[in-house]
Design a binder for this molecule. Sequence first.
Ligand code: ZN
Length: 187
Amino acid sequence: MSLINKTQIYTYITFIFMFAIIYYDMLPHKQPDPYINQTPLVFDIKYQSPVRKQEYKKITSPYGLRKNPIKNTGGSENTQHNGIDLSGVYKAEIVAVADGVVKDHWRPEWKGHDLYGGYIIIQHDDGRKSGYAHLSDSYIHEGQRVSAGETIGRMGNTGKSDGQHLHFILWDKQGRTINPLTITNIK
Ligand SMILES: [Zn+2]
C-alpha cells in the first residue's frame, strides 16, 4: 500500500467520524430541558418543607416555564407552573412552612377551590405567602395563627388534579410567585 492511499484512508476515517458526530447531534436525544427557570436561583433557606421528611417522596413537577410538549396546537407554547408538585405517602401531613396567619381557606369537604380543591393560603410574618393545594383534609380555620411545622392538612387529590400530590406555591413580599426551592429545605 502506497503512502498516498494510507493518507486517503486516514482522511476518509476522519470524515466518517466528523459526519457521525454531526449526525449524532441532530438526533432527537438533543431535546432541550423542558423546564426553564425564570427566577435566578439565589438560595436563602428560611422555611421548612411543607411535607415532613419521613412522609415526603419527591418533586414530581418543578417550578417555572414548561414547554408545551404538543406543538402547533394554537395555544401558548409555554405554560407557567406557579409552584412545585410534591408527592408523598398516602394522606401525608402538610405543615406550615413558617409562622403566620391563615389568610384564605377553601375547605375540601365544601367542594373547595375550582382549580386547587382543598386549598390554604398562609400570610407569613415576613410578608411572604404560601399556598397548599389539592388537600384531602384541613385542620385550620381562616384567621388562625399557625407556627412553622404545625400540621394544617393532608395531601390529597381534590380540585383539578390527576393523582395525590401537593401543589405548593410561594409568593414574595411583592406578591410574585417564586421558586419554593430557593427558600425551603425540601429534600
Ligand atoms: Zn402543580
